[in-house]
Design a protein around this ligand. Structure first.
Ligand SMILES: Nc1ncnc2c1ncn2[C@@H]1O[C@H](COP(=O)(O)OP(=O)(O)O)[C@@H](O)[C@H]1O
Ligand SMILES: CC(=O)OP(=O)(O)O
Ligand SMILES: [Mg+2]
Length: 375
């Protein structure tokens, strides 16, 4: 049995998973860590509570698997954690200042509480380590880029790996499908996957590039940043705005797509613009990744918005019949679980695939432990 720890910027998710079966056991989520009034002043307190909650159910625990957002250039797959690995994850903190410190807190507490158990790091960036040079390279001064580690790394790789695999199986091409994965949660990303290898992805050196997100801007002209700094904002203020006060929230004051859609239905112009900008950006990436892949077998929607919002899927794909993409309106609005929602005569299949990062982390953790034991 594997304990999966997803220690995020303001929440800790944990789950006990038996990969045989698979069977799910105890699961929980502690939110609003460090916020005023929260009983959990920091990640250590939340993680100790999580460990306490799972303890009565943790008979036969064999390993702990951790989500780590940024693996830098060092990690192309999951690894057994030792002091050296911790040091390398620390070195990637400047590339993911909002994510890696909480991931490290999870590792630190679980190593202390379970010193005898193998601990495995599963990186968001790992699945994207196959990006071809043309897709991962920014067209800036090469020496500067190399010195500072500036390149596209990509994120949501654990989710994208899982969803692209399920979608490829759904269209009967488990080993050779060309898949566009749209992971639309609070963070959002698009990826192009060919025969199980990621060939392009919208998030970049940090999880700020690409699609419009709940509070993150996605793509902006880098010139905007210098304009704002020369206008008197500090670099930290600009970053804070782009990460926390942009995206849907920046445009209409709400970051939850359900609220945005309710406001659109009520005739709210600000919400309508936010919704239109969000969907327009997604359509652009679908077009771009169709060109990158040449042929698309399936477009897979996942994440809270992708899995639950029929109106977003409908709007994003409307008018794309000339590209061979046709939704079935009934399937689209009644979907439950992993299902195809495209029309029978659609050349490109469209799938809704609930993501399961926790299961994927458990599977990869078990595989690392098995490999280590057999060495
Ligand atoms: N029925 C729904 N319709 C539209 N959006 C939804 C629906 N249910 C959830 N969402 C959206 O999903 C988002 C969260 O996605 P999720 O993948 O759970 O987030 P995270 O990235 O934190 O894991 C919420 O902000 C909300 O906007
Ligand atoms: C890396 C990233 O953006 O993750 P999340 O969507 O969980 O914020
Ligand atoms: Mg998520």
């Amino acid at each position: 049995m594997i304990l999966v720890i997803n220690s995020g910027s303001s929440s800790v998710k944990y789950e006990l998973i038996d990969v045989e079966g698979p069977t799910r056991h105890q699961a929980g989520k502690i939110e609003r860590i460090g916020e005023p009034g929260s009983p959990f002043p920091d990640h250590a307190a939340a993680l100790e509570k999580a460990a306490e909650e799972v303890a009565p159910h943790a008979d036969g625990l064999t390993a702990v698997g951790h989500r780590v957002v940024h693996g830098g250039a060092a990690f192309t797959g999951p690894v057994l954690i030792d002091d050296d690995v911790v040091k390398q994850i620390e070195e990637a903190v400047p590339l993911a200042p909002l994510h890696n410190p909480s991931n490290l807190a999870g590792i630190e507490v679980m190593r202390r509480l379970h010193p005898g158990l193998p601990q495995v790091a599963v990186f968001d960036t790992a699945f994207h380590s196959t990006l071809p040079p043309a897709a991962r390279t920014y067209a800036i001064d090469r020496e500067v880029a190399e010195r500072a580690g500036v390149r596209r790394y990509g994120f949501h790789g654990t989710s994208t790996a899982y969803v692209s695999r399920v979608a490829a199986e759904m269209v009967g091409k488990p080993d050779m499908a060309n898949v566009i994965v749209l992971h639309l949660g609070n963070g959002a990303s698009a990826s192009a996957v060919s025969a199980g290898r990621c060939v392009d992805t919208s998030m970049g050196m940090t999880p700020l590039e690409g699609l419009v997100m709940g509070t993150r801007s996605g793509d902006v002209d880098p010139g905007v940043i210098f304009h704002l700094i020369r206008g008197g904002m500090t670099p930290d203020e600009v970053e804070e705005m782009l990460v926390h006060r942009s995206g849907l929230y920046g445009l209409c004051g709400d970051n939850d797509m359900r609220t945005v859609l309710d406001r659109v239905a009520a005739g709210d112009d600000e919400a309508a613009l936010a919704y239109n900008v969000y969907c327009h950006r997604l359509r652009k990436y679908i077009g771009a990744y169709t060109a990158v892949l040449g042929r698309v077998d399936v477009i897979a929607f996942t994440g809270g918005v992708g899995e639950n919002s029929a109106p977003v899927r409908r709007k994003v794909l409307s008018g794309l019949a000339p590209m061979g993409i046709r939704l079935d309106p009934t399937r689209n609005s009644s979907v439950r679980g992993a299902r195809l929602v495209s029309a029978d005569d659609s050349a490109v299949a469209v799938a809704v695939v609930p993501t399961d990062e926790e299961l994927e982390i458990a599977i990869e953790t078990a595989a690392v432990v098995a490999r280590t034991n057999s060495e």
